[in-house]
Design a protein around this ligand. Structure first.
Ligand SMILES: [Zn+2]
Ligand SMILES: [Zn+2]
Length: 450
């Protein structure tokens, strides 16, 4: 930092402009404002103070965020990078609340940080202009960093990443000389009044219902009060799914998957907590069932539509009445335990459930451990059975082949593959191309015996 002579300073004192609600500031913009306030360029702050976390410390301790095309917007997301920046900046500024400038408070239910935040810097010119006209501190919002949000939830206009003055497209979240609210290229103000921005956009007549909806859903997610944040967890997400399966498909997960147009295996992975559904998938489901994103994340199971699917599938599907019967779970558990521990158990999980007259997914939800054991046993048995069958077939085929080859050789005919094939067909023996090596083996064995 020797090129910038400035008084020693212990820490930065800057309050984020807004750190709650849908209008909260984003962390990268906060860093930009720290830089501006301290009369330092942004890259000096980032390089010297917020050391870029290298994956392998010994290999590369000095990766440069601005030189190597790093994904700076990840600092606003919910992954490792964001965590690192928040910890470091909390130290530097003596604050404890900077996490709120990222998506970290929602980390437990969001999947891939790369998919969530876009690389480009985007803004709503009207929001910036409003700040200016209200004589308030202008700043850039966290919601503008979210890739799926293409619309300003307040002004009903699309976000932009192009400077109206010099047409420079801001492909990176921040640059070496960023100034909040100003173009990185020509340093002109990026705000614009609503009517001027509309005129600037021209007459685009595309249907933007979905963009509007997504923007307002994300805004309401960021608006969630702190008191609701503790409800956001992966376990709650699983509970939400379970209640959906219960309400829409009478407890049948396969049916639920087909209602949602998702594969049964994905649904089962979400239920098991192995994978979190991507935000795109969550939006698809929210849109389909008219559930608000905030309700989904907080697992408000009442948000599921009541009986929608049952009405819709009344013709081809009647939920099994048995799913609602009171059952003697103790004796069922005993039966399952016996089956799981006995070696003679040959039924698949589906057959087991059928025998007990219970929906397989309901039974699975109640006894996941037995389900795992019994399915594994059935699988093993099936595998053993199929190995035995293919061995028996091979032996039979080889016996036939040897007879044919021996007969041909004694009659002085060269046992070519085609001739042997013709003989097999005459005998009515089924064969496949995968059996060809057997013909060679038969020849070899007959030769050796001779
Ligand atoms: Zn706006
Ligand atoms: Zn510009």
């Amino acid at each position: 930092m020797h090129a910038y002579h400035s008084p020693e300073r212990s820490a930065f004192h800057l309050k984020p402009v807004k750190y709650a609600g849908s209008n909260r500031q984003k962390l990268t913009d906060y860093v930009v404002q720290i830089a501006t306030n301290s009369l330092l360029p942004v890259d000096v702050i980032v390089k010297e103070l917020v050391q870029w976390p290298a994956r392998n410390a010994s290999l590369d301790a000095t990766r440069r965020p601005f030189a190597s095309g790093q994904h700076l917007a990840l600092a606003n997301a919910h992954g490792e990078t964001a965590r690192y920046w928040v910890d470091r900046l909390n130290d530097l500024t003596g604050r404890t609340d900077l996490e709120a400038l990222t998506l970290l408070p929602f980390a437990s239910v969001l999947r891939d940080p790369f998919g969530l935040v876009g690389r480009a810097r985007r803004w709503c010119p009207v929001c910036l202009q409003d700040d200016l006209l209200a004589d308030a501190d202008f700043y850039e919002r966290l919601i503008w960093s979210i890739r799926l949000v293409e619309w300003c939830p307040i002004h009903d206009v699309p976000l932009t990443s192009v400077c109206p003055n010099c047409q420079y497209r801001h492909c990176a979240e921040a640059c070496r000389r960023s100034i909040s609210g100003c173009c990185a290229h020509c340093h002109q103000w990026l705000g614009m009044e609503l009517f001027r921005y509309r005129r600037f956009l021209g007459r685009g007549s595309r249907n933007c219902e979905r963009e509007r909806w997504i923007a307002s859903e994300f805004a309401s997610m960021l608006d969630l009060p702190d008191a609701s944040l503790h409800k956001i967890s992966q376990e709650n997400l699983v509970l939400m799914l379970e209640s959906g399966i219960d309400r829409l498909a009478g407890g049948n997960a396969k049916r639920f998957a087909s209602i949602c147009d998702k594969s049964a295996s994905s649904v089962s992975e979400w239920r098991g907590g192995i994978v979190i559904p991507s935000i795109q998938t969550v939006f698809d489901m929210c849109e389909k069932f008219r559930i608000h994103l905030a309700d989904w994340l907080c697992a408000h199971s009442n948000a599921w539509p009541d009986g929608l699917a049952r009405r819709k599938h009344a013709v081809d599907y009647a939920p099994r009445r048995t799913a609602y019967l009171e059952r003697d779970w103790l004796s069922i558990e005993k039966k399952l335990r016996t089956m799981a521990n006995s070696d003679g158990c040959r039924l698949s999980w589906k057959q087991t459930a059928k025998m007990l007259d219970i929906d397989p997914s309901q039974l699975h939800a109640k006894f996941p451990e037995f389900a795992r054991k019994i399915s594994a046993k059935a699988r093993e048995l099936r595998a053993r059975g199929s190995a035995d069958r293919s061995e028996a077939r091979r032996t039979m085929l080889l016996r036939h082949l040897k007879q044919i080859v021996r007969r041909m050789i004694t009659s002085g005919i060269n046992p070519t593959r085609r001739r042997v094939e013709a003989e097999l067909t005459k005998l009515g023996v089924e064969y496949r191309w995968a059996d060809y090596p057997l013909i060679a083996q038969a020849r070899h064995e007959v030769d050796r015996a001779a």
